[in-house]
Each structure stands twice: as structure tokens, then as C-alpha cells.
Design a protein around this ligand. Structure first.
Ligand code: SAH
Length: 213
């Protein structure tokens, strides 16, 4: 694992200086190259601390938001986790450095195909890619110790809350089209949820597949 002194400059500038402290998260960000998940026409912008288009009107997140979401999950390495909204596959690949088993679900078949190819080149723990409606989670592999959602919703989808293991965490942007807050919900042993607000954010929406054009 890279030592703090040897973090690449972008990690120091975009993540460490903005408060990302989890060394495993920083090491994952150093290990998985973002350029492996960005389309050819966007490669010139890959080092920028900004979201980038990945096709189908979707975006790969700003790296700081990837890192903030991953840090909030507090993974130790033994967990099974779910990534909702595979997009480019970058977040799923990062998760594969932090957990033992990753499931990722995407509604666009063509994005999922590309993500599969990208993940095959860059991953650590196994990553299982599924086509479907992420609002319903992936019950076959539940429960999950961590769930991260890369698209905003008004409320946390009930299936995701249900598929969370006791003590597990769900990180999801909640709000409306114009404003969202990245929220971490921790499932207590009683089944109740503790809520922490992480950051104001802008994400693409978590869509109902039937409503897609
Ligand atoms: N985490 C991704 C970026 C997510 S962009 C990355 O690292 O690149 C949000 C993604 O969520 C898009 O690919 C979009 O198609 C997908 N999405 C939106 N609604 C969805 C749904 N109901 N089920 C599954 N995926 C969905």
C-alpha cells in the first residue's frame, strides 16, 4: 500500500487537502486509474476534479465525491457491498479494493457492457455486474454491509434499506432535481436508521426504467 509521502499529487490536492483521511480509500484511488473508465474523447479532462460525460446522458462522478462516499462506508475488507448505478464502473472497481465481494447494477445495457470491459481490466475482489432496476437492489446476494448509490432519489428506496445488514451503511444523494445532499444512513441493530449529512452535491437521477426514453 502506498505511504502518505508517496500519494500522487492529485490525490494530495483533490482528496487529502479536502479532508479524505481513510488510508484504504486513498490507496484504492491511487490503485484504480480513472482513465480506464473515461471515454476517449474525455481523456484530456481525466485529471480534473469534475464529473465527465460517459455516454447515454450519464456522468462519472467527481473523484472527491467517489472518495467521500467510499470513506463514509467505513469498509474493512471483509464485506459484501452493492453499487447502484454502475455507469463507467469506476466506483465498483474502487469498491473492489475495499471489500471482499462487489455487486453492481445498471439500467442501461450499453453502459453496463462497457463497464464490464473496464472492470475486467481494473479490479481486485470479484465484481458481479447486473442489468436491472437498482431501486430494487439485488436481493439474491443480500444482505450488504455497504450500499452506495450514484444517482439521486427523493427518498431512500425501501428495498435498499431492507437489503442492508444490521450495522451496514447506505450512502445516497437525496433531494430534488435542483439540490441534493449526500447522506449516509446507518442501520442500527434495532432496524432504525442513524442519518449523517455529508455534502451538498449534484447527481443524475435514479430513474424508473419504465419512464426512460
Ligand atoms: N458510479 C458511476 C456513475 C454513476 S452515474 C461511475 O463510477 O461511473 C449514475 C448511473 O446510474 C448511470 O449510469 C445511470 O444509468 C444509472 N441509473 C439511473 N437510474 C438507475 C436505476 N433505476 N437502476 C440502475 N441504474 C440506474
Amino acid at each position: 500500500m502506498a505511504s502518505e509521502a508517496s500519494w500522487p499529487l492529485w490525490i494530495e490536492q483533490q482528496l487529502v487537502r479536502r479532508g479524505i483521511r481513510d488510508r484504504r480509500v486513498l490507496a484504492a484511488m491511487a490503485a484504480i486509474p480513472r482513465e480506464g473508465f473515461v471515454p476517449p474523447q474525455e481523456q484530456q479532462h481525466v485529471g480534473e476534479d469534475a464529473p465527465l460525460p460517459i455516454g447515454c446522458g450519464q456522468t462519472i462522478s467527481q473523484p472527491y465525491i467517489n472518495a467521500l462516499s467510499l470513506e463514509a462506508l467505513e469498509l474493512k475488507g471483509s464485506e459484501r457491498v452493492l453499487d447502484v448505478g454502475t455507469g463507467s464502473g469506476y466506483q465498483a472497481a474502487l469498491l473492489s479494493c475495499l471489500a471482499a465481494e462487489v455487486h453492481t447494477i445498471e439500467v442501461h445495457a450499453d453502459l453496463l457492457d462497457r463497464a464490464r470491459t473496464n472492470i475486467a481490466v481494473h479490479h481486485r475482489a470479484p465484481v458481479h455486474c447486473h442489468l436491472g432496476d437498482g431501486r430494487l437492489g439485488w436481493p439474491d446476494a443480500a444482505p450488504y454491509e455497504g450500499i452506495v448509490v450514484g444517482a439521486w432519489a427523493k427518498e431512500p428506496p425501501p428495498a435498499l434499506l431492507e437489503q442492508l445488514a444490521p450495522g451496514g451503511r447506505l450512502v445516497i444523494p437525496l433531494g430534488s432535481e435542483s439540490w441534493q445532499t449526500l447522506v449516509c444512513l446507518r442501520k442500527l441493530p434495532s432496524g432504525a436508521f442513524e442519518r449523517e449529512e455529508l455534502e451538498k452535491v449534484r447527481f443524475v437521477p435514479l430513474v424508473r426504467p419504465a419512464a426512460r426514453r
